[in-house]
Design a binder for this molecule. Structure first.
Ligand SMILES: [Zn+2]
Length: 383
């Protein structure tokens, strides 16, 4: 880089309005990857001080209180007025409770430490209370760790996605996430890999239905998935994950959150494979986690597009993720029942799959036979 002349560095008039084609999305400003409890506490204290925040309210999941929460609250409580609330489940009722406590305690920031449900309660509670939100995820089981979307159960047990705020600050305790059960990491990897399908489908929706598309968000979501998919030949279902695997996963999930914040929706990371997962949820089928369900959906959805997406299925097999409905306790017949309502679970989201369900249901059922039953056969051959 050449050195600038004094004239070049002098202030210039900058128009206050952004030119056409330029936007200013809301993006988080602090991202810390920490490798010990003390490092998380130090980074948190420093960020609170820098932002002039003095009265944090910690929302803690039951398990995370023992994993990391207790030491955080003790360290933080030595310097600041801290309040804590143990949350249980991702429900609108819990969000109301959090908001009530935040008001009573005069909190000026909400800090969620826990799994996805604890983060979703904090994320939406902070958005409603107009407070900044910090996240300390203790699991990497899905890409909600820094997304601006909260999935919550409401009245009548209905589950909905709510627009919330991405965390202003994200502290990732890599040492805690690495110790979580393998199943949580496999779930996160399956959720991350699905970005390739979601982006491909987003392009289709843009081309065929004129849906708004965001090049940068798409590139970020794809790159995030490729961090992991590029390592697929290194995995084996019996082999424990290496530290680099966990880091690739966490980096990918964080970038996915950023892609969603850029796009202003979950679209870069959620396509037809997510609609299948939502349909399993709506019918209360099986025992799979979100990421496992998305993986099963990906095996079918990947067949709707080009051969490159076979990489997603290769990754799922290499890490030992479930690839058939049966592997997560869902019969083939029930899975087909779920497929038939994919166009209803999020009617505003138009995917190639949900469009095919209404236009040519037989094609979709054939697809289910070819992907999920074939997958069953190849899984049993591999044993
Ligand atoms: Zn997901």
């Amino acid at each position: 880089m050449t050195s600038a002349s004094p004239a070049a560095s002098a202030p210039v008039d900058v128009p206050s309005a952004a030119p056409r084609g330029v936007r200013a999305p809301e993006l988080p400003s602090t991202l810390v990857f920490a490798h010990s409890d003390a490092a998380v506490a130090d980074a948190l204290a420093q960020t609170l001080a820098e932002l002039g925040l003095h009265r944090p309210l910690f929302a803690l999941g039951r398990a995370s209180r023992n994993l990391l929460g207790r030491s955080l609250v003790i360290d933080c409580g030595a310097q600041l007025e801290c309040a804590t609330l143990e949350t249980s489940g991702a429900t609108l009722e819990e969000v109301d409770r959090l908001q009530h406590v935040a008001l009573k305690e005069k909190a000026d920031v909400i800090i969620s430490c826990g799994g996805g449900q604890t983060l979703d309660v904090g994320k939406y509670g902070a958005a409603r209370a107009l407070l900044p939100f910090f996240a300390i995820p203790t699991q990497a089981s899905h890409d909600g760790i820094c997304s601006p979307v909260a999935v919550l159960r409401g009245a009548g047990d209905s589950i909905n996605s709510y627009g919330a705020r991405a965390p202003a600050a994200l502290f990732v305790p890599v040492h805690v996430i690495s110790r979580a059960p393998r199943r949580t990491l496999v779930s996160g990897m399956a959720d991350l890999a699905a970005n390739l399908i979601a982006v491909e489908d987003w392009r289709w929706a843009h081309r065929v239905r004129g849906e708004p598309y965001d090049d940068y968000a798409a590139l970020l979501a794809q790159s995030a998935a490729r961090l992991l998919i590029g390592r697929r030949h290194l995995f084996a279902r019996e082999r424990p994950f290496a530290a680099e695997d966990v880091e690739s996963l966490v980096h990918g999930l964080v970038l996915s959150g950023l892609a969603m914040a850029l796009a202003g929706s979950s679209r870069p990371c959620s396509g037809p494979e997510h609609l299948i997962s939502h349909a399993f949820d709506a019918l209360e089928l099986g025992t799979g986690s979100h990421g496992e369900q998305v993986g099963v959906g990906s095996v079918l959805a990947s067949r709707l597009y080009g051969a490159e997406l076979e990489q997603v299925v290769e990754l799922l097999r290499s890490i030992g993720a479930p690839t058939t409905p049966r592997a997560i306790g869902i019969s083939f017949e029930d899975a087909v029942r779920a497929l038939k309502i994919t166009h209803l679970v999020r009617p505003e989201r138009h995917t190639l799959l949900s469009t095919a369900v209404t236009a040519d249901p037989e094609f979709v059922i054939d697809l289910a036979h070819n992907s999920w039953l074939d997958s069953d056969a190849s899984a049993s051959e591999g044993k």
